[in-house]
Write a protein that binds this ligand. Structure first.
Ligand code: SF4
Length: 279
């Protein structure tokens, strides 16, 4: 368990007489708020693959999470503020992972533990593996290694504590949850024949239209940087689209119309092909 270090809490802006140092602390709201949060993080209790065994080892008596106030691993996202993504993230699992993240109350943090969660690891080219959870969630700390040792995970937790220390209640742009109003949920990926990120829906639709017209679709445009960096902009566009949709009179679903149109074109192409073959 963390012991109270008043010198750590004291704001150096207010000098104290030497005899009082360590017994009295004058501090600010951000500092004491961050200090309380960072010493009582509750990780979400779930593991994905071999890295989870190392995480379990870190929680056991030899390494001991409790020294960081983190031993209360919660089996529900609604009581957790830290998600440790420990292991290989498959396309099937990324859907519930994002859903769980959305169910966590703010302030909340994500740690990518190990090579798999950070970038796909040894399975990067696998047909069923996501190349890093940061394509879908805003990752705060990456813990390298395959598998990372408990010491590496502890180092990551200390790095996370330092990151929390640096956040400020006075700066609304610092983290989304200090701003005004609720944050928007992260879009939940859709698992079809392949995983689809709803934020890429326009691009996927464009390419489907080109493919239906028989034109080259080009290469798939993967985001050049982690998606979460572009989230605020995309989210405000989504919010604007939602407000516009709410204000507009109800009309037919445009995607259903598009599917119908594509189906008609495909049938016309088939008829032309059959006619050419003399069927
Ligand atoms: S990083 Fe290595 S140890 Fe961790 S889940 Fe992937 S393969 Fe397993």
């Amino acid at each position: 368990m963390s012991t109270i270090n008043l010198q750590e809490l004291h704001d150096t802006e207010f000098p104290l007489p030497e005899g009082m140092q360590g017994n009295v602390a004058i501090t600010n709201l951000s500092k004491i708020y961050n200090w309380s949060r960072r010493n009582s993080m509750w990780p979400l209790l779930f593991g994905l693959a071999c890295c989870a065994i190392e995480m379990i080892g870190t929680a056991a008596s030899r390494f001991d999470f409790s020294r960081f106030g983190m031993e209360v691993m919660r089996a529900t996202p609604r009581q957790s503020d830290l998600m440790i993504v420990s292991g290989t993230v498959t396309k099937k699992m990324v859907v519930p992972i994002v859903r769980l993240y959305n169910q966590m109350p703010e302030p909340k943090y994500v740690m990518a533990m190990g090579a798999c969660a950070s970038g796909g690891g040894p399975f990067k080219e696998g047909y069923n593996v996501v190349s890093g959870i940061d394509k879908y969630l805003p990752v705060d700390i990456y813990v390298p290694g395959c598998p990372p040792t408990p010491q590496a995970l502890l180092y990551g937790l200390i790095a996370l504590q330092k990151k929390i220390d640096g956040q400020s209640l006075a700066n609304f742009d610092d983290v989304p949850w200090y701003g005004v109003g609720p944050s928007e949920p992260t879009p939940i990926p859709i698992l079809g024949p392949d995983i689809i990120d709803p934020r890429q829906m326009d691009m996927i639709r464009r390419q489907a239209e080109l493919a239906a017209l028989g034109q080259p679709v080009g290469v798939r445009e993967l985001p050049s940087k982690p998606i979460y960096e572009a989230v605020p902009k995309q989210m405000s566009a989504r919010a604007a689209a939602a407000a516009e949709a709410a204000a507009a009179p109800a009309q037919a679903d445009p995607s259903a119309e598009m599917v119908l149109e594509l189906r008609k074109k495909a049938l016309a192409r088939k008829r032309a092909f059959d006619a050419a073959r003399g069927k």
